[in-house]
Design a protein around this ligand. Structure first.
Ligand SMILES: [Zn+2]
Length: 85
């Protein structure tokens, strides 16, 4: 789900060319349902924190950033706050 409005997306696009495409890519991605609660409200997990990825994580619920290496799981559940593979 997109969490920011059109104006914010346009501002991000100016700062990070093609970020809109990346956000759309994650929005469209077919992710696994949660292994713990079965929710479809899940996210793809990526490591590291740089400007562009922070903004992608801010813009869509389907992208989750973590500082932990290795990632605690391939996916993250937005409903029960747990990582899973
Ligand atoms: Zn869950």
């Amino acid at each position: 789900m997109i969490k920011v409005d059109r104006t914010t997306l346009d501002q991000l696009e100016q700062k990070y060319p093609d970020i809109g495409k990346q956000i759309f890519y994650f929005e469209q991605a077919a992710l696994s349902t949660c292994a713990h609660c079965g929710s479809a409200d899940t996210a793809d997990v990526q490591c590291g924190v740089i400007g562009r990825t922070i903004h992608i994580a801010t813009a869509t619920t389907k992208f989750k950033l973590t500082l932990n290496r290795p990632e605690p799981g391939t996916f993250f559940c937005n409903r029960c706050d747990q990582f899973f593979d």
